[in-house]
Design a binder for this molecule. Structure first.
Ligand code: APR
Length: 234
């Protein structure tokens, strides 16, 4: 049985119409990380931060999963039905819900999710579709202490102990559509060195490409289905 861990980044959702962060027209070319993506930013101006994530949450209603998301869901389905003798785990840095909408179930969001908020009083993370404002009450405890359920710079990503355990146990690590500039995700290829094969699928080489055995260079919607077909044909 082959165990595969796939790490995805913003590049896999770009062809669905969601911007990446560091491409020329990316989110960080329009916003300053220090204004919208740190705990300090939220303390300083929660309305600005909420507006940033409200806009991104609303955008989700206008996009759909693309061929890359659908191909990964197809591979997971093949494992479930026994057509493919393997196990697939998706660890995503993305806060969108396109993997789940494509049908993937085994998905861990290490940087959080847009369709949840987090209450800093009761610790609950209820599902959330609408706008969230600084005075919006928590649906669980009623206090106006909600924040986006997103991991900001300087905070510890979610699920790290079980992500590390899955990386230690995997036979193949695949990184799709990520620039390899943000840690700890950018360090995963180095973590599996010596016990797993590694593949990078990206529009261009990432900052950690030298850590990978193999590359497939091109748009995710073309390369990921090709890689999945290859897997299923073995
Ligand atoms: N197909 C494949 N790869 C693509 C495509 C595409 N259509 N379009 C862009 N890419 C690649 C880019 O070449 C780049 O290497 O996707 C990568 C996107 O990189 P980033 O914008 O840096 O996004 P990501 O790596 O996911 O960022 C990591 O940084 O800002 C934080 O928390 C945020 O989760 C995010 C983290």
């Amino acid at each position: 049985m082959e165990r595969i861990v796939v790490l995805t980044g913003a590049g896999i959702s770009r062809e669905s119409g969601l911007d990446t962060f560091r491409d020329a027209d990316g989110i960080w070319s329009r916003y300053d990380i220090a204004d919208v993506c740190t705990p300090d930013a939220f303390r300083r101006d929660p309305a600005l931060v909420d507006r940033f994530y409200n806009d991104r949450r609303a955008e989700l209603g206008r996009v759909r999963p693309n061929a890359a998301h659908l191909a990964l869901a197809r591979l997971e389905e093949a494992a479930r039905t026994g057509q493919w003798p393997g196990e697939l785990l998706i660890v995503t840095q993305n806060i969108d819900d396109l993997h789940e909408r494509a049908g993937s179930r085994n998905v861990w969001h290490m940087h959080g999710e847009l369709l949840r908020v987090r209450c800093t009083s009761c610790g609950g993370t209820p599902e959330w579709q609408a706008d969230c404002l600084p005075h919006t009450p928590c649906p669980l405890c009623g206090r106006p202490t909600l924040r986006p359920d997103v991991v900001w710079f300087g905070e510890i990503p979610l699920h790290m102990p079980r992500i590390e355990a899955a990386l230690e146990a995997c036979d193949l690590f695949v990184a799709i559509g990520t620039s390899g500039t943000v840690y700890p995700a950018a360090g995963f290829a180095a973590l599996v060195e010596g016990h797993a094969d590694t593949l990078e699928i990206n529009q261009e080489p990432s900052a950690v490409s030298t850590r990978f055995d193999r590359f497939m260079t091109g748009p995710a919607t073309r390369m990921v289905p090709r890689w999945v077909d290859e897997r299923l044909a073995r």
